[in-house]
Every structure is written in C-alpha cells, then in structure tokens.
Design a binder for this molecule. Structure first.
Ligand SMILES: Nc1ncnc2c1ncn2[C@@H]1O[C@H](COP(=O)(O)OP(=O)(O)OP(=O)(O)O)[C@@H](O)[C@H]1O
Ligand SMILES: [Mg+2]
Length: 1051
C-alpha cells in the first residue's frame, strides 16, 4: 500500500453471471478498463456512469476451471482476476501493514449474492482473502521466528440484529448476545469474546469451519437470514522483539458485511410499517459514518461522526477515519436486473475512497501496556474508595469494580505465558480435529443428511448421520437415539429415520410437516440417494445414501433454488406453465426460449415460497390467526387493449377467524417478513430466558405473541382493511364508433382466471340530452364522427353470482373504471350483503369533438370494469371529482383537449341543440312533403291513365335512384350491428379460452378431462367465429346483390 495519506483503498470486483441471470438472458451492464468502471443504464443507451478506483477486478468472464477446481484465466495474462490476483493486490498489502505494526481492515461490501463471501472466505479450492492471508501470516511468522516471537489471537463474531454472537464460543450462546464496551486504551471491544491463540493456518481454517457451523445453526435456530448479518474475523498479531525490547501490536479486522440491498418500499408500494428497525441499523450507520467522513475529507464542516449509533461502527471505529489502514472490496452483480443496486454500490464505494485515516505503528516497550493498566487500576481504586458506602452510587461502584477486575484479568493475561495459552488452544484444536476426522470416517460408512442453505456459504456445513436402526429426529435432545435439529415448524419428535437392511426410510410423526422431493409425505417413505427433504417449514436437507450408491454425480445442482423449484412445480408453477399465458397475438420467443420477464417472476416465486411457509409458521406459533398464500397476479388481467400485463407476485393474507383478506405486494411482504422475524426472535428469547426484557436494542417493547400482544400499529401481521381488487371485465367500445348500442353480460375474471361475477352492462349512444339514438343514426364509416360531438351512456345494471359474497356475506362490492382521457376513476356506490346486487348506475359521457385518437381508442379498446371487494370496517371508494369537467346537462367530458372553458361548453351545447332542432325541422319538412306527395297521388289516381307508362317509369327511377343508397346503408348498418354483437360474444369466448387452465390438483385423468374441455371450447369458438363471419358475408353479399339488381333494373 502506498505510503503518505492513508486514504481508504477501494477495489471493485465483478462476478460471473449466476444460473438465474444466465437463464434470464441477462445483459452485462458493467465494463472495465484499467481501474475505470463504467456502468450502463439498461433502460437508456445514453445514460452511463464512470468511476475510478484503486483497483478493478474483472472476474466476470474469460476463465476456465482447471484440474484442481480453481477458476483461472482462460489464457495466461488474460484479464480474468482470480483469487490469487485479488490476494496479491489487496491481501498482501494488509499482511505487510500488519507485520509493520499497523492496524489493518478489509471490508467486503455489496448486494446479496454479489460475491462478498467468495472474495473474503472463498468456496472449496478457490480460497478467499482470509484463509490465504492467514496462511501467509504464519509463513511470515515462521520466517521471522529467530528475531521475534509472534502471537496470533483469532476471534470470529457475527452481528445480527444489533446482537453480537461469538462464533467460536465454547459454551452456549447467551440469548441477548455479547456486550460492546468502551475503554480509554482500547476503544470499543466485545466483552467476553473468545480469542483463540493460533500458530498455524490449519488451526485457523478449522476455527473458521467451526464459526461457519455456529453461524449455520444460529441461522436456522433463530430463523434468521445470514445475508442480513455481518461477519467479523479479528486476528490480533503481537510481535515481541526481545532484542530491541519492543512489542508491535496490530489488529486485523476482516469483515464480510451484510447484503447491502434494501427492499425499496416507497411510492405505491409504501408500507405502513418501516423496514425492520434493528436489522439494518449497522449497515445504515456504516453508510452514515462513511458519508460524514467523506464530507470531512472534502473540507465540509462535520460536527459529529455517528460511530456510536451501531455495534458495527463502534467496532470499526479505528478502521474508518482512525488508526488503521483500510481496504474495501465492493462486489457487483453485473447483470442488467441488478443495475440499481450496482450503481448504488459504486456510489457508496466512491464515498468510501475519500475517507482519510491516520494509521500509526502500534509499537511500545514490552512492559508499557502492563504499566498503563496498573496505573489505570490505581485510579479506579481511588475513585472506588471515594464513593465509599454511598448507597446512591451503588451502580457506579459496581461498574468500577467490573472495570477493575477486567483490567486485572488483562494484566494476568499479558503476564501469563503465551505458551501456556497456546498449549491449551492446541489441546482444544486436537479434540476438534478428532471430531472432524471422526466425521469424515462416518461419511464413508453411513448415509447422512446434509443441510442446504439459501446462502451457499452455509450449505453442506451440517451433516447428520443415520446409523443402523431407528432414529428420532426433532427438537428433543434427551435420548441417545435422537438426532436433534432445530428450526421453524420442527416438532419435539418430528420424524423417524429407519436404517435397516441397507435401506433408509423416513416416517413423519403425525402432525409434522415432511416433504420429499417437493411432495408432502404422511407415511413411511423409502429414501433414495440425493432425495431432497424439507422438515418443518423450511429446514432443507439433501439425503446422501450409502457410499456404494454415491457415483461421481455433481451434488451442487441441488442448491436451495432447486428445492424451491420443486415445490413450485408441485404447486403447478413451472416455467412452461407461465409461458402458456402469453397472448396468442404476441410474437412468441419460441418454446425453448423463455421470456426473461417470466423467468424473473418464476424466480421471485421460488424465492418467496420458503418465506411464505415461514411466515405461516410464525403466525401459527405466535397465534396471529392469519394465513399467507402466494399468488401470481395479473396472469388473467389485461389492459384496456386486452393485452396481458406483466405478471407479478402478490401475497394474499387471510384472517382465519373472520375471513378478512389483504393483498400485499412482494416488496411489502418481504419487509413484513423481516419484521415478523424480529417479533418472532423476541418471542423466542423471552420464551427461553423466561424474562420479559428485550435483548437487542430495546425494540418491540410491547413483547409478542399471546403473552404481551403487540399494539396493532406496530404489528407486522396486521393491517387496516382496504378495498381489494377482485378482478376485471372488459366492455369493448367498438360499437360506439358506429353509434350502435351494446347490451352485454360480461365475465369478471380474477387474477388467477377465476370467474368472480357476471356483470350486466350497456353502452348506449345517445343525444346530448340523453335520448337514445335510433337505427338511422348508425354509422357505416366511423370517421364521420371526426370533429363531431359524441354522447353515450354507460349503464351498469346488475352484478350476478359474486364469488366474493358467496365466500362471506358481510362483504360488499364496488365497480371502478376509467374512461379515455378522464383524469379520475369512477366508482359505483357500494352495495353490501348481496350475491346478485342491483347497481342501476347510469353515467353519461361526452366527447366534445371526436378526435382521431379518441376514435382509435373506441375502435381498439375496452372499458376495463374493475370489481373491488369491500369488507366490514373498510371505507368505500369515492370518485374524486377534481379535474372532472361536465357539460351543463351533467355529462362528464372525456376528451381533454376540447372545451377548455365553461362558456365554450355552453355554446357548444346550444350549438348541438340547434343542430338537433334543425335536423328535426328538416325531418318534419320531409315528412310534410311526403304527406303532400301522397295526398297528391291520391288525388291524381283517377287521371293516371292519362300519363304514359314511360313517363311513370322515369319518375320512379328518379325517385329510386335517390333512395337506393340510404336504404342500402341502413341494411349494411344493421348487418354490421348484428356482426358486432356476435363478435363480442366471440371475444368473450376467446378470453375464456385463454384463461382456461387445469386445476392445481389435476392428475392425469384431470388433465385429460381438461384437454377435452379445451378442445370443446376451441370447437365452439371456431364455430361461433365461422357463423358470425359467414352471416356477415351473406348479408353483405345480399345487400350488394340487391343494390346491383336495383341499379340494373332502373338504369
Ligand atoms: N468471482 C467469482 N467467481 C465465481 N463465482 C463467484 C464469484 N463471486 C461469487 N461467486 C458465486 O456467486 C455466489 C454468491 O456469492 P457469495 O456467497 O460470495 O455472495 P455474498 O455477496 O456473500 O452474498 P450474501 O450477502 O448473501 O452473503 C456463490 O455461489 C459464489 O460461488
Ligand atoms: Mg455471504
């Protein structure tokens, strides 16, 4: 590392695409050139941002896996940055700094799954910075052993929810976690954290393995999410140069931070409850500290750096702006879908690189620390004696006494021979080593189950062996024939493994949840090698059979996603089934190429499956009385042009007691799930410690569950009731373009294609006064409407067969819809307690001047009638009247552009009335004329013979020629009217066909029935379409024929 100003060094690393990203056809939006990184906004080719850092590691492409399983550059000198390159650039510097006596810190920051743990810890043979650093450290120690004695103390801890968990603790963990204290000399430190003396890299690796195991069990026991926890490895290096009588001390902090992403919960998705308060305190505070320090470096006046606001920043105080040489590695997922997160990581890293530290070599005469501690103790003694017997100062003297004894312990620790400690640690290590060797031997003898975690770093850590005979598996710890597991939804005695005659079977205990390969089992089931087991809500294990059954197969494909995909498939959700929903009109990407947006929905779905199961389990255990269910929304919804909208995931929440229903967006659910975890953990802590005080950060003061119910406004399981969107119906507007009235019974379809209701509706072209138009007003050419006023009424008569009401009677509904440019949504008044409510809602709409745009809208769109469900206690929806304009007759104006001011409104209304009057007058005149003509004809009857036949023919010809067009037009208009009517039912039939899908439980027979039904529907559809077109063809042909005949006769 460069000398001089100690700015935080920042490196960026870009990882390869993962399976999801490859499947989704992701594009790489990050590029690198030397140390410059450019990120491209996938939505705009113009928008790109460039950043420069100290290091940029391209680990996205250009690599191969060599024989040892290492990822290395494809060709020597290639641009791919492997683990060795990263170590040489970053790790080596950290090591050198530590050996010189500087404190050194390495932080990994980035979105979940972006490669933090890969860089820090590594996977398999691709060892990360920490193990390599330790290896090199001990090599250096060995090389220098003639000149100095080195002591390395190794600690590993996790910060989750502002609690510090010692990952190397030998005893059980305290439920509230360890405390962070402050001391003048040392700054902040974790009280009681185990520090293990080490003298080899192998020892460190084993400790890390132990730490990871503790982390894995803590994650499952507490139902916590490891991506939300920070892992800190602290290596304390002490070098005693006996000749120079000098001691150099250095703290090496290696930090794998929690995933940086935050579920955005703003705008329409905003949640009543803020994101999990404590979960992100450390990460948020870290951001604030970095920002303040960056501002300070830019010369801005910064009064306060908020180190004390979180556990993490307390422990990292010296690393940020203090006595440490610090490196940050920011990891990126380079795919287009991660653009926002990657950009935010780059911005964060940019701020971090401005931070200036003031590192010094921590060098002191060997005895100085002891002297200093003794001096401090003397002071403490003095203060203590002054406090005397004063009972009021009880607290203070207690604290002083505690500090005193702590210092004494430290003095003792410094004075006790290092060798002694080391020997002790080595003995521990040997026992551990024996356990590991024993485990390896067992793996070669017995079948076992292997944990599979969402975080790949924690997968395969726990192995539970199934030896011969019967083995209970569950929470119970008592018997020697019990395999103890913990986790959500695991019962005391959950299931029984039987290993006999070289076969293993699993029998669930009644009432417990056990799934094998995605399907629930209720009776004894024989297991096959690599079967996937889910015990309880979400404890996932891979079954590894007898050694003879294990081939060379790759187990890594059975990752967490695989388990969830299996569950999704069992629920009827797999990628092909999503694709079937594509509209027939849309260009298909081809069967073998799934639409990336559908894949994204699919992955969202499988990500949410375990979360929903866990939420249900927590609800059950905390007596919350609500049930969560995943739904793929919008599968059946379409916009006003009938196109299927993008699919999305929603969670339906139902209260079991009174059947109240809520729909939560994915983002809201995820937010709530984290809050539920907090509540649940508090519940568990109070349950285990038997005390009602909260351990971490003093949140959720209300307590949880049935003991101390949370106030509703802070209960993540509860929400105020809101109207629920049940489904939509489409009323096609085309007939209005021809001024043909339409009377329809439309199906309201729910988001999963269910029929929610039948709605009787009419669209009636009318006069400005609301009088219905007659057949003579039907237009053959809709462009005749252009520039003219158009009036029509929407009449919503009745809703029939409301499913929402059939489920529970104490409910109501409203219909909401929007018309063309009208800025507001109209709602019908609420109707309650009726399965077939009468709506009788008539609204008059007017376009003052029909534009081409409006005409296009009428010809190609439908009025989307949304059915909203009301529940007791939720407010009705009212049509907001702002921005609505009306004609003097009380009709709503739907076109934006026309009639800007009321006087123009009035004038045009008067003009329209005049026109109508004029039309009536001319009709009257025409009638009068006809009457006169008839009268004349009657009078002339007698003298008819006087006229020649030829004359009469000529007259009639003249008459007919004038009237042929109008009468043919009327016939054509009528034929068209019939055609449009039949087309609406054809359209409805098409919609029905598109929504038709097999039931979730369909077996082979069910599927066959479904296919039969589908064929019948298709046949009906074909027939209807054929009939309508044939009828139109015949009508038109007849009209043309008649027209020809007449013109033939009379010409
Ligand atoms: N540079 C890389 N080369 C190859 N694979 C990588 C690389 N970086 C990450 N991966 C792979 O990506 C996956 C996720 O990486 P990792 O576990 O390191 O993410 P993370 O940032 O630690 O996520 P979390 O915040 O959830 O802990 C792992 O399967 C890992 O093997
Ligand atoms: Mg990780």
């Amino acid at each position: 590392m460069a000398a001089g100003k100690d700015c935080v060094k920042v490196a960026i690393r870009v990882r390869p695409f993962n399976k999801r990203e490859r499947d989704a056809g992701s594009r790489c939006v990050v590029s690198m050139s030397a140390n410059t990184i450019t990120i491209q906004d996938p939505r705009s080719s113009q928008a790109r941002r460039t950043f420069t850092f100290d290091y940029a590691f391209w680990s996205h492409s250009g690599y191969v896996r060599n024989r040892d399983g290492l990822f290395v550059p494809e060709e020597s000198g290639g641009r791919y940055a492997d683990q060795a390159t990263v170590f040489n650039d970053l790790g080596q510097g950290i090591l050198e700094n530590a050996l010189q006596g500087y404190n050194a810190t390495l932080l990994a920051y980035g979105q979940t799954g972006s490669g933090k743990s890969y860089s820090m810890v590594g996977y398999g043979p691709n060892k990360g910075l920490v193990p390599t650093l330790c290896q090199r450290l001990f090599q250096a120690v060995k090389a220098n052993q003639d000149t100095c004695q080195c002591q390395v103390l190794f600690s590993m801890l996790e910060i989750y929810n502002e609690q510090v968990i010692d990952l190397l603790s030998k005893g059980g963990r305290s439920p509230a976690g360890l405390r962070v204290r402050e001391e003048q000399q040392r700054g902040f430190y974790v009280e009681g954290l185990r520090r293990v003396p080490c003298d080899s890299a192998a020892q460190v690796e084993q400790l890390m393995e132990q730490g990871t195991r503790t982390r894995t069990t803590a994650t499952t026991h507490m139902n916590a999410n490891s991506s939300r926890s920070h892992m800190l490895i602290i290596a304390q290096l002490k070098q005693i140069f006996s000749k120079e009588n000098i001691t150099k001390q250095s703290n090496i902090n290696l930090v794998d931070l929690a995933g940086s992403e935050r579920q955005r919960c703003s705008g329409p998705e905003a949640d009543r409850l803020k994101e999990g308060t404590a979960i992100n305190v450390s990460l948020t505070t870290l951001g604030n500290v970095i920002s303040s320090l960056a501002d300070a470096a830019l010369g801005k006046k910064v009064v306060h750096i908020p180190y004390r606001d979180s556990v993490l920043t307390k422990l990292l105080q010296s690393a940020l702006g203090g006595n440490s040489r610090t490196v940050m590695i920011a990891t990126l997922s380079p795919s287009d879908i991660c653009y926002e997160e990657s950009l935010s990581t780059l911005r964060y890293a940019e701020r971090a690189k401005r931070i200036q530290n003031k590192a010094v070599v921590n060098e002191s005469p060997t005895e100085r620390l002891v002297k200093e501690l003794k001096a401090e103790n003397a002071k403490l003694q003095l203060r203590l004696s002054r406090l005397g017997q004063d009972a009021r100062k009880e607290e203070e003297s207690k604290e002083l006494r505690r500090l005193l004894s702590h210092n004494e312990m430290q003095i003792k620790a410094i004075q006790t021979l290092w060798e002694q400690h080391l020997q002790e640690a080595l003995r521990d290590w040997q026992t551990q080593y024996a356990t590991i060797t024993q485990e390896r031997r067992m793996m070669q003898m017995h079948p076992y189950i292997l944990n599979v975690n969402e975080d790949p770093q924690l997968s395969g850590v726990i192995k539970l062996f199934i030896q011969e005979g019967d083995w209970d598996i569950g929470l119970s710890e008592g018997s020697s024939r019990t395999i103890t597991i913990k986790g959500l939804g695991i019962q005391e005695r959950h299931a029984v493994f039987t290993n006999e005659e070289r076969r293993v079977s699993l029998t669930p205990v009644s009432g417990s949840k056990v799934m094998v390969n995605g399907l629930p089992i209720s009776q004894r089931t024989e297991l096959q090698h690599l079967d996937r087991l889910i015990l309880g809500s979400s404890s996932t294990y891979l079954f590894v059979g007898f050694p003879c059954e294990r081939g060379a197969d790759d187990w890594s494909r059975y990752d967490y996603d695989y388990f969830q995909s299996e569950l999704a498939a069992a629920a009827g959700i797999h990628i092909p089934s999503l694709c079937e929903e594509q509209s027939p009109g849309e260009p298909s990407a081809g069967l073998d190429q799934t639409d990336p947006s559908l894949l994204a929905v699919f992955y969202d779905y499988i990500k949410l499956i375990p979360m929903v199961t866990e939420a249900n389990q927590m609800s059950q255990e905390l007596n919350k009385g609500v049930e969560f269910k995943l739904e793929i929304k919008n599968l059946a919804m379409s916009d006003c042009r009938g196109r299927d909208l993008e699919k999305d995931i929603a969670v339906r929440v139902t209260s079991l007691e009174n059947k109240q229903v809520w729909m939560w967006s994915k983002v809201k659910f995820i937010n709530r799930k984290f809050l539920m975890e907090e509540v649940y953990q508090q519940h568990q802590m109070t349950a285990t410690s038997g005390s009602s005080t909260s351990g971490g950060g003093g949140r959720n003061q209300g307590g949880v569950g049935d003991r101390l119910p949370l106030p509703r406004d802070r209960d993540p399981f509860w929400d105020p009731l809101e109207p629920l969107h049940l489904g939509s119906a489409h009323l096609w507007l085309q007939s209005l373009a021809f001024r043909i009235p339409l009377e329809e019974q439309v199906e309201v379809l729910g988001s999963e294609g269910t029929e929610e209701a039948i709605l009787q509706a009419q669209l009636l072209p009318c006069s400005p006064m609301g009088l219905p138009l007659g057949e003579e007003d039907i237009l053959i050419d809709p462009t005749e409407l252009l520039g003219k006023r158009l009036d029509f009424q929407l009449f919503l008569e009745q809703c029939c067969g409301l499913r929402w009401l059939k489920e529970a009677k104490n409910r109501g509904v409203q219909i909401g819809f929007r018309v063309y440019d009208c800025p507001q949504t109209f709602y019908t008044p609420a109707v309650w307690h009726n399965v077939n409510p009468v709506l009788e809602q008539r609204l008059h709409f007017t376009a003052m001047r029909t534009s081409q745009d409006l005409l296009n809208y009428l010809q190609s769109s439908a009025l989307v009638l949304e059915l909203w469900g009301l529940q007791e206690g939720c407010a009705d929806m009212v049509s907001p009247m702002e921005g609505l304009r009306m004609t003097p007759e009380g009709s709503f104006i739907i076109d934006k552009a026309s009639a800007p001011d009321p006087s123009v409104n009035l004038r045009s209304a008067v003009r329209a009335l005049h026109q109508e009057l004029e039309q009536m007058r001319s009709a009257n005149a025409a009638l009068r004329k006809e009457n006169n003509a008839l009268r004349e004809q009657l009078n002339n009857r007698g003298s008819e013979s006087a006229r020649t036949r030829a004359e009469r023919e000529r007259d009639r010809d003249r008459e007919r020629k004038g009237s042929v067009r109008p009468s043919c037009d009327a016939e054509l208009a009528r034929a068209l009217k019939v055609f449009y009517h039949s087309m609406t039912s054809v359209r409805a039939q098409l919609q029905r066909l598109r929504r038709h899908r097999p039931s979730e439980e369909a077996d082979l027979l069910g599927l066959r029935l479904f296919v039969d039904e589908q064929s019948r529907l298709l046949r009906d559809f074909g027939e209807q379409l054929e009939q309508s077109v044939t009828a139109l063809k015949q009508d038109v042909a007849a009209i043309v024929r008649r027209k020809r005949e007449r013109s033939g006769i009379w010409s």
